[in-house]
Design a protein around this ligand. Structure first.
Ligand code: AMP
Length: 227
């Protein structure tokens, strides 16, 4: 399956992408993670990206499209499918993605829009903690690690992202409304849009997704050809 996850910051795209990856044995590509990798290198490009990300602004369509294209096309598991999380974020990126996938002969199956309210988003993101080592997600109230500030999976240190503070979250939401929301119509016009209520907990969203996939003919066909 080739899936794009859409939705505001904090909708749970990363958490659901991890679930989908497990369920379908496909790759999970997060544009935010790709950029954070670049930032970690401390290169000139990394510092430029950091300035934009910490303001809640988007990096250029050209740069992110190039980085995602590289990541997608060099992954040996590409033929199994992918869940793209955080890309595309503008209509131009969505058009570019269609071109890239057409070149690879691997068109998108569907775009899943995760709808979430501002109140839920603020609670989720201000309390979110991320493992510096493996990227696993925790929350100071709803998903506490067993040992304070340490990842349950790999023991790595947990940290709060520089853009997970209330001011930057509000800015990211504005950017989402202006630049990203129009993509919903782009995929609806292609007949590829599915929607899910992402105000609920990951487990509930997961079972809604499974129900949705069980009703999806192309998923059922791909599943039976794998077995
Ligand atoms: P995320 O981890 O998806 O919340 O992304 C964190 C930040 O990285 C965003 O707020 C943007 O600054 C930047 N970013 C991630 N994906 C994209 C994209 N597709 N286009 C432009 N900027 C992006």
């Amino acid at each position: 399956m080739r899936i794009v996850l859409l939705g505001p910051p904090g909708a749970g795209k990363g958490s659901l992408a991890a679930v989908i990856k497990e369920m379908m044995d496909i790759i999970h590509i997060s544009s935010g993670d790709i950029l954070r990798e670049e930032m970690k290198k401390g290169s000139k490009l990394g510092l430029e990206i950091k300035g934009l990300v910490e303001k809640g602004a988007l990096v250029s369509d050209e740069l992110i499209t190039k980085l995602v294209e590289q990541k997608v096309s060099e992954d040996p598991k590409l033929s199994k499918g992918f869940a793209l999380d955080g890309f595309p974020r503008t209509t131009h990126q969505a058009q570019e993605l269609d071109h890239i996938l057409a070149k690879l002969g691997k068109p998108l199956d569907f775009a899943l829009c995760m709808d979430a309210s501002l109140k839920v988003i603020l609670t989720r993101l201000t309390g979110r903690r991320v493992c510096r080592n493996c990227g696993a997600l925790f929350h100071i109230k709803t998903k506490q690690p067993k040992k304070p500030n340490l990842c349950d999976l790999c023991g790595g240190e947990l940290y709060q992202r520089g853009d997970d503070n209330e001011d930057t979250i509000r800015k990211r939401m504005q950017v989402y409304e202006i630049s990203t929301k129009p993509i919903i119509d782009y995929y609806a016009a292609q007949g590829k849009l599915k929607r899910i209520n992402a105000d609920r907990e990951t487990e509930q969203v997961r079972s809604d997704l499974i129900k949705m996939l069980n009703e999806d003919k192309s998923y059922q066909n791909q599943k039976s050809s794998r077995n």
